[in-house]
Write a protein of this length. Sequence first.
Length: 336
Amino acid sequence: MGRAPCCDKTKVKRGPWSPEEDSKLRDYIEKYGNGGNWISLPLKAGLRRCGKSCRLRWLNYLRPNIKHGDFSEEEDRIIFSLFAAIGSRWSIIAAHLPGRTDNDIKNYWNTKLRKKLVSSSSSHSSSAMASTFLNPNSQVVKRPLTPLTTIQPCSYNPYVENPNQNPTKSLISNINGFEADQQLFPFINPNYPQDLSLSDSSNNNNNISSTTGFLQNHNMCDQYNNHNSFSSHVDGKTPEIMLKQEEIIMMMMIDHHIDQRTKGYIGDFTQGYYNNYINGHGDLKQMISGTGTNSNINMGGSGSVSASSSSSISNLAENKSSSSLLQHKCLPYFYS
DNA sequence: AACGGTCTCAACCGCGGATGG
DNA sequence: CCCATCCGCGGTTGAGACCGT
């Protein structure tokens, strides 16, 4: 039994909005707002439309200060950075781009940016990132593997948003206890040379990028920010944005970890956590055992977190293979 | 000019979460 | 605590525009 429809589809108009309908909706909202209820708005405004359709039309098209047209290179960089950090959370990404809607950004990513990414990555020795991921024994990885046996403090947190740009919405504020854990996410290489060229002296915190809000000493995001994204490395061989397998896994684990936090699990992000996670994901295990590169991973600590109620594990239980997780969280980097 | 393939993007769909009775 | 309702989100669709032959 499916969910009841939000309105009677036979009694509402669908498809493109006419100028008259736009005018009615704009006039009504400018006078009365949405009255806290989109469902009843169409009736009050004299529109034969579904409330959800009105909401969408207003948010994506009619609302003031909507920016249409081409995206700037700076906007591209911000989208790349945020997508790398948080994936397809379009509404959060949109919050960093004044005037842009989540729908716009989603469309832009799907039609333009992803292709840009593919064409750039494919210019590196036949899609370096794809081959790195899909063929674990690939020799494309030039950067030494991160020594994960050493826990290094890491200030990167993909869920931190620039407090200067977006004071209203911060995921971190909703995830109790998460702040402390960011120091336990060592999926960056702390020894990798940092490029702080975008440090903004006008910013009170010189470690925060004025454009993206990401802390400057995060390898991955800063390499998006500080270079022409996906351009050739100086040595002409190593795409700087390349993710290592353990970085990918760590990103997935972080997502998993946050999911657990939101469900009230408060265990540490540790060796035990890592082992539980990997053991719960057969394909990851296979990927790792196939390479041997991560066999000495040691997350430090001794605590452990049950993985049995995470959304990731639930996905497995529902026979959504963890490849779908890979697809969601990782493959956007590797489309070829 | 005609046609077919591709691209774009506004709009729709359905789900999960939040909220309030 | 349960249930109904609404909101907001991300994924998907499809009509029209565009492009190449």
